[in-house]
Design a protein around this ligand. Structure first.
Ligand SMILES: Cc1cc2nc3c(=O)[nH]c(=O)nc-3n(C[C@H](O)[C@H](O)[C@H](O)COP(=O)(O)OP(=O)(O)OC[C@H]3O[C@@H](n4cnc5c(N)ncnc54)[C@H](O)[C@@H]3O)c2cc1C
Length: 413
């Protein structure tokens, strides 16, 4: 198929969106006290409305995939169009101007799991899942963390034992976002307990509804339950659902984690909330207060700088390079800016934040403030990100790590 020009593609995408979704009322000016009184980091939904919203999200993906906008950069073999990444960006920026169902249920499956299946899956696994994932027929989750393995992922102990053409998986995963609405999960399990810890791991695609999989919700301090504990009791997985070679799971995990940083690292830290914050300052008559002005300027400057760094990282991705330490910096800056915003709002609102008086634009902020610490942990904690920046950007000596014989670790005992 011949490649459309950028202008042709733009017109084609616009025609599809115009025909299938209403335009956002972008021009509508934000007015303090009007509209949704909702400011949060995680979506807090009950299971029923979440199931409904996932179905709407899937239906939209099917529609856009069938129109040729669901896998713009992907291989034709799996329904993609093999167009340059810049075309995806054109479509995304156009789509952002339309009211479409929230697509956050695909962040992990499409941002991290699908690219890993493409890179490491067997022909059967790619044929079975890639097209269906981009078409919204299948939602995926990431089964990496365990009670004893988070930052130090290679310490994981969920085991997979070979039994003929199948593997039998037993163990426990934790903090699995969206496991409850996912169809498949990418799991990393230990296949050799005698090898050094990074070497005895293997990746698999597991059916989240297979016998032996038990998903239990975890309630976070915001009140919602967007992630889960997942228990595996002798869950059977076919060998053609293995990702990569046996005992090469660490490289499989790294592919996923590199994509994770790209998928979640790009936020500048609450850019869309600035109007709300500035209007709040005006509403409370604080625009001339020197302390408030100083803190607000600080907030805006930090956000601008994070935006420039993100631009650098995004340009690198657009030009076909792998996201590097810029994404760790982007993630650190994004979450630090969200924390800054929370601190600023707390300073302005004071006790209104902790007692729900029903006043618009006050108590609702506690959802954001209670949610942001989760952002500092998910996808690599602040401390781990700082280690990466220290080592790979600043060239400082390597973090000794918990297994090393470093004297620092002797002191830690
Ligand atoms: C909102 C959210 C969603 C998540 N979703 C998923 C998911 O879908 N799938 C999944 O597999 N996991 C998920 N996670 C789990 C996440 O990947 C882990 O929480 C994270 O890797 C940290 O691991 P841990 O919680 O075991 O903390 P630990 O690794 O035990 O860390 C504890 C503390 O020690 C610090 N620390 C650890 N190592 C070092 C070091 N070398 N140097 C300095 N300090 C260090 C950490 O920064 C932290 O403060 C999610 C977590 C959150 C918060």
């Amino acid at each position: 198929m011949s490649q459309p020009t950028v202008e042709q593609f733009h017109a084609e995408a616009l025609a599809f969106l115009e025909a299938n979704a209403p335009r956002k009322e972008a021009e509508k000016k934000f007015v303090w006290g009007e509209g949704a009184d909702k400011v949060s980091m995680f979506e807090e939904k009950d299971r029923k409305s979440e199931t409904h919203d996932v179905a709407l999200a899937c239906a939209w993906r099917q529609k856009k995939f069938d129109a040729g906008f669901g896998y713009i950069f992907g291989s034709e073999q799996y329904g993609g169009r093999e167009l340059p990444a810049a075309y995806s960006k054109i479509y995304e920026s156009l789509e952002a101007k339309y009211e479409i169902p929230n697509q956050s249920c695909f962040t992990i499956g499409l941002g991290m799991v699908a690219p890993t299946i493409v890179a490491h899956g067997s022909d059967i696994a790619r044929e079975t899942y890639v097209r269906k994932m981009y078409r919204g027929e299948i939602v995926g989750c990431q089964l990496f963390s365990e009670p004893g393995a988070g930052s130090d992922l290679a310490s994981l102990s969920t085991k997979a034992e070979r039994d003929g053409e199948e593997w039998v998986i037993t163990g426990q995963k934790v903090w699995t976002s969206g496991a409850h609405y996912s169809d498949i999960g990418e799991i990393i399990a230990r296949t050799d307990f005698d090898m050094p810890k990074h070497k005895g791991l293997t990746g698999f695609i597991v059916d989240m509804r297979a016998p032996g999989v038990e998903i239990r919700p975890l309630r976070q301090m915001t009140g919602g339950a967007s992630f889960n504990e997942v228990f595996f009791s002798e869950v059977r997985v076919r060998d053609d659902h293995r990702l990569g070679d046996i005992n090469n799971g660490w490289n499989v995990a790294l592919t996923t984690l590199m994509n994770e940083r790209a998928a979640i690292g790009a936020g500048g830290g609450g850019g869309g909330m600035f109007t709300r914050v500035i209007e709040m300052v005006k509403y409370y008559g604080l625009e001339k207060d020197p302390v408030v002005r100083d803190a607000l300027a600080d907030l805006i400057i930090h956000n601008k700088v994070a935006g420039f760094n993100n631009q650098r990282a995004m340009d690198k991705i657009k030009s076909g390079q792998m996201p590097g330490p810029e994404m760790s910096m982007a993630k650190l800056a994004g979450t630090a800016n969200m924390m800054r915003m929370g601190d600023f709002v707390s300073m302005v609102l004071g006790p209104k934040l902790i007692a729900d008086s029903g006043e618009w634009g006050t108590y609702a902020w506690n959802q954001l403030i209670l949610g942001t610490p989760g952002g500092r942990i998910a996808g690599g904690s602040d401390e781990v990100m700082r280690n990466i920046v220290a080592e790979r950007v600043l060239g400082m000596p390597k973090d000794p790590g918990i297994d090393s014989k470093s004297p620092f670790n002797e002191l830690r005992k």
